[in-house]
Design a protein around this ligand. Structure first.
Ligand code: SF4
Ligand code: SF4
Length: 354
């Protein structure tokens, strides 16, 4: 039995109208460029339309939507009530595809990717292919059941890079966004990771944290916030980590619901549009990432995956038909949500882009 953090239901379990990705796309596109210029027109003005890949460097896989948490702003709409999970067969297809390429990095995400029963097997198989593995670990999963207590050792043994959400360095702001008790458990999990060498100088074991804003505002500069996080976590808890990734909240799934319910949608979109940065647009993560859904379908990024916008390459839309050359020549599907990646210093799964 895996301990759940709170009892909130996913949008899907609530039968919420936004649980249909098509409805989310309709909300995002209904303005038709009247108040918010079309993202594709913005790209056109800087000579980037159609947006093209620079080559796949990151193979990002969603191992399932099941999670022990139900965070307020989750862009996946993950939670304990989500049952979608990648099968071992689909994982094998991913390994077969990877083996035919030189793609250096595999990025495992979810939900809580560790809840996939074949997670450990898969990590070991990817390491046999000599690829770097990153895991998006929500920290609380490590203490959710004793079968996960040895995850820090498992990560260490396989030299997995651990990337963990930590909305803030105090309890109040973290629990408000991620659920009661999340901060205290996350601190315990971070100590467990530190104890095996993660986030410690000279060990080569990378531990990165991810910050995202608690409300309808853009994130502060990454460098200054990283310094603040490092000082605070060290002073109060003796915790160290490598980098802080600052990300912008994307107007999709539960964050889109929050924006609409709190009447912040127009203001937030305006903020994103006003902050459009051509340099950030050049570095958006879809240009070097391929996103693979739990069912094996292929997407330009994790956000397009959640909006069910599959890659445009008609003959390579599923991992079964993986064709690296065709994918490297595809046109990336963009929409109004893409403003979330190009505001200010930009935003990606690896933090700011400029
Ligand atoms: S944000 Fe991460 S930890 Fe929170 S519900 Fe979504 S997948 Fe789970
Ligand atoms: S949302 Fe996805 S497709 Fe759009 S710019 Fe960001 S990474 Fe690229």
């Amino acid at each position: 039995m895996v301990t759940q953090i709170n009892q909130m239901k996913s949008l899907k379990a609530q039968h919420h109208f936004l649980s249909d990705p098509q409805h989310q796309v309709e909300v995002l596109e209904e303005d038709h460029g009247q108040h918010f210029p079309l993202f594709k027109d913005k790209l056109q003005t800087i000579g980037l339309y159609p947006l093209k890949p620079t080559g796949i460097e990151i193979f990002q896989m969603n191992l399932g939507k099941m999670c022990n948490q139900t965070c307020k702003h989750c862009h996946v709409d993950a939670g304990p009530d989500r049952k979608e999970i990648m099968t071992k067969e689909t994982m094998q297809l991913c390994l077969d595809a990877l083996a035919k390429t030189d793609i250096p990095t595999v990025d495992l995400t979810g939900g809580a990717p560790e809840m996939n029963p074949n997670f450990r097997w898969f990590v070991e198989e990817v390491k046999k292919l000599n690829r770097h593995v990153m895991v998006r670990c929500n920290l609380t999963i490590i203490l959710a059941n004793k079968k996960y207590y040895d995850l820090p050792e498992f990560y260490k043994k396989n030299n997995v890079e651990v990337i963990s959400s930590m909305p803030f360095y105090n309890k109040e702001r973290t629990d408000r966004q991620r659920g009661d008790g999340v901060f205290d458990i996350s601190i315990k999990a971070l100590k467990m990771l530190n104890n095996v060498g993660y986030g410690k100088e000279g060990t080569g074991l990378e531990l990165d944290l991810v910050y995202n804003p608690a409300g309808a505002f853009l994130p502060p500069p990454q460098e200054a916030l990283e310094k603040e996080f490092k000082e605070q976590l060290m002073e109060h808890f003796g915790i160290s980590f490598n980098q802080l990734f600052v990300i912008t909240n994307m107007p999709i799934n539960r964050y889109l619901d929050y924006l609409i319910v709190s009447s912040n949608y127009d203001d937030y979109m305006q903020k994103l549009v006003n902050a459009f940065n051509p340099a950030a647009a050049k570095g958006v993560m879809c240009r070097n990432t391929l996103s693979i859904g739990w069912d094996g379908y292929l997407y330009d990024c994790d956000f397009n995956q959640m909006l069910d916008l599959k890659v445009e390459t008609k003959n390579s839309r599923h991992i079964l038909q993986f064709d690296e050359e065709a994918l490297n020549n595809r046109k990336i599907i963009t929409g109004q949500h893409c403003y979330g990646c190009t505001a200010g210093a930009g935003s990606s799964c690896g933090g700011q882009v400029v």
